[in-house]
Design a binder for this molecule. Structure first.
Ligand code: IFM
Length: 642
């Protein structure tokens, strides 16, 4: 949420920032009474300066800057004189809440011992989370990202669930349907309760027709466990709910499909099959179980198809700027195949064989339609406009190859293996750059409203031909599914922030956070990264790298070890907490292969297929040796389409 700086009196040592809604404030305070303050970054730094030489530091005084809106900072100054060898400890505090809360915090933390204790608590909190999944691979940058920063970025996203913005000044709040669903899907091991809570909120934001409210406030549906960070809106009584359901013109075709996988991953992680039978309301009234909500999502996509049998694009799909309306989105049909696969696995785990059969038949039919309508000879189309034009096809001179549809053709299991390989070869050939994969190429330059707003975005920026980070991990998963570990790792390393530390003058962003996008080659600032932290690429990169490259994937009935790595890796280790037990997994690669598990032993016993859940509290030694599989057969619960 953005700040309004009220910059009220600082004589008492508390500067409070007033947010758009009157109940919300952020404050800064300290263990000392300050000499001055600055709340505007430009004033603190001074003209033509950077953090290297702030004017206020050089002059030894702040300027008392404050303003509503603008680019804020939180600076307090205090002159102190130290004798040689003398030291002083000053505590500076920034927090959320009103003056009363600031006063409470100041009193508590003016004592340095309380600060040390709080810091130790914070370290223990992160240690607990991070220790649930630790890796040691031959790639030091990957280790840094997976062991600390990816999870940190993902946790921040699921905690705040976005809609912080300098532009919106707190006026746009709530949950973004697709973003929240994907965030919840990617880190259930670290924050199962929070993920479950988010999933239930999204269930409430689902209409009984089967599509999600693209942006909604969970507080509309009743009191929420979390304290709202802004003035909470009034609960909307059921008879008036129609006012928030705007109908299909507001619906995004992909939003709710992500929720199917989020639920499946939550249950694969926790083993909590009873979650499927929890009863939750619909946004427009009425209620049903989690399981029923999921069937409505799948049925909605089955019904909302265009002239070629491919899912309609509606207001947008994952790509906010691809506004196909009644035209058709290849990505959504592939997502539909994927979500159906997730649901079929769940129905089987629940023993609901009739439903499993019904939705498996639907999955195969949708996949067949995709294969029939979307293959363009060397790669998959991105969609079909309402007036029947194919987009992302060989005949196109702009937007010729798109990342989303090609990666999802493979990741969904819909693509036949040879087509999948060709599609991903096209991704490598046309979309690969040293900073990662472009979303599409060449960038659009001619406005075309049948395709959408993407054609009006500057070439090389955001959805129009930039290296959009979020879909990059989809390509790593796709390559891993194809068994091409070196290619998957090539894509991984290109986007990896830690691996770009030697390009910081170009990248201009922190090396520990994925950014929403990196300017593409069609822009003069090629390589410049923007919007760190608040992007689903944190969660997706974590999910893709740990589950598909390193291949440790919880299933409903056991733990799957199915890595896909570069052939020159001798092996790696993963320590993973799953359903309360610790698995110390060592993967050995004596034959230097990219994929294929020859044998797995758990606590020195051979394992065929999945490692069964071990008793909570136990510590288990797992050794997996890569090579030609001893026994043929698919170990992952979901069948492939081939
Ligand atoms: O998928 C969206 C996301 O919901 C918000 N940011 C941009 C992405 C791509 O358009």
């Amino acid at each position: 949420m953005s700040l309004y700086c009220a910059g009220s009196s600082y004589a008492d040592g508390i500067i409070d920032y007033e947010l758009f809604y009157e109940q919300a404030h952020q404050y800064m305070t300290a263990s000392f009474v300050p000499d001055g303050f600055d709340c505007l970054r430009d004033s603190f730094l001074g003209p033509y300066r950077t953090e290297d030489n702030p004017l206020a530091v050089e002059q030894g005084r702040c300027f008392g800057s404050q303003e509503k809106g603008g680019n804020h900072c939180a600076v307090l100054s205090r002159a102190i004189t130290l004798a040689p060898g003398e030291s002083a400890r000053l505590v500076w505090m920034l927090g959320e809440g009103g003056r009363q809360e600031a006063e409470r915090i100041r009193q508590t933390y003016s004592d340095p011992a309380a600060v040390d204790a709080a810091k130790a608590d914070l370290a223990a909190y992160w240690e607990d989370k991070l220790s649930r999944l630790q890796v040691q691979t031959p790639d030091a940058d990957m280790n840094t990202m997976l062991n600390t920063w990816n999870l940190y970025q993902s946790e921040v996203n699921i905690l705040f669930s976005r809609f912080a913005s300098f532009i919106e000044v707190g006026g746009r709040t709530g949950l973004g349907y697709r973003d929240t669903a994907q965030d919840a899907m990617t880190i259930p091991h670290a924050d199962p309760e929070h993920c479950r809570g988010r999933i239930l909120q999204l269930m409430q934001g689902l209409t009984s027709t089967g599509y999600g409210l693209h942006l909604f406030d969970p507080a509309w549906f009743g009191p929420q466990p979390e304290k709202p960070a802004y003035k909470s809106p009034t609960v909307i009584p059921t008879p008036e709910r129609a006012s928030i359901v705007h109908g299909l013109e507001d619906a995004c075709a992909d939003d709710a499909l992500w929720l199917v996988a989020a639920v499946a991953e939550y249950v694969r992680e926790t083993g909590d099959l009873a979650f499927f039978d929890q009863v939750v309301g619909y946004a427009d009234g009425g209620e049903g179980t989690v399981y029923e909500h999921l069937t409505r999502i799948l049925d909605f996509s089955a019904e909302q198809v265009g002239a070629h049998g491919i899912c309609k694009g509606l207001r947008a799909d994952w790509n906010d700027c691809l506004n196909l309306g009644g035209g058709e989105s290849a990505m959504v049909s592939f997502l539909h195949v994927w979500a159906l696969g997730q649901f079929v696995d769940a129905a089987r785990a629940l023993g609901r064989t009739k439903d499993a059969g019904h939705y498996e038949a639907m999955r195969r039919a949708v996949a067949d339609t995709c294969e029939r309508e979307l293959w363009d000879g060397s790669w998959y189309l991105r969609g079909i406009t309402a007036d029947g034009r194919k987009i992302g096809c060989q005949a196109d001179t702009e937007g010729r190859v798109h990342l989303e549809s090609n990666a999802w053709a493979v990741l969904s299991g819909a693509a036949a293996p040879e087509r999948g390989r060709q599609a991903m070869d096209a991704v490598d050939r046309y979309l690969y750059t040293e900073y990662g994969l472009r979303l599409n190429a060449p960038s659009y330059t001619k406005p075309d409203d049948a395709i959408g707003f993407v054609t009006r975005v500057y070439p090389g920026v955001k959805e129009n031909g930039s290296i959009f980070s979020h879909p990059n991990p989809w390509a790593w998963c796709a390559e891993a599914m194809l068994g091409r570990g070196s290619r998957a790792m090539k894509f991984y390393r290109a986007l990896c922030p830690a691996a770009q530390n030697d390009k910081i003058e170009v990248r201009q962003s922190e090396p520990y956070s994925y950014c929403q996008f990196i300017m593409g080659p069609d822009h003069t600032a090629f390589g410049r990264a923007r919007h760190p932290f608040m992007t689903g690429s944190g969660g997706w990169s974590y999910f893709a790298a740990t589950r598909y490259l390193l291949g440790v994937r919880p299933q409903f009935g056991g733990l799957l070890i199915d890595p896909c790595i570069p052939a020159d890796w001798p092996g790696f280790t993963v320590t993973r907490v799953w359903r309360g037990a610790v698995y110390k997994i060592e993967v050995q690669n004596p034959h230097r292969v990219e994929k294929g598990v020859a044998s797995v032993r758990c606590n020195d016993q051979p394992v065929e297929g999945l490692i069964p859940p071990q008793p909570a509290g136990s510590i288990n030694e797992v050794v997996a040796v890569l090579g030609a599989p001893a026994a043929a057969g698919e170990k992952e619960e979901r069948g492939t389409m081939a």
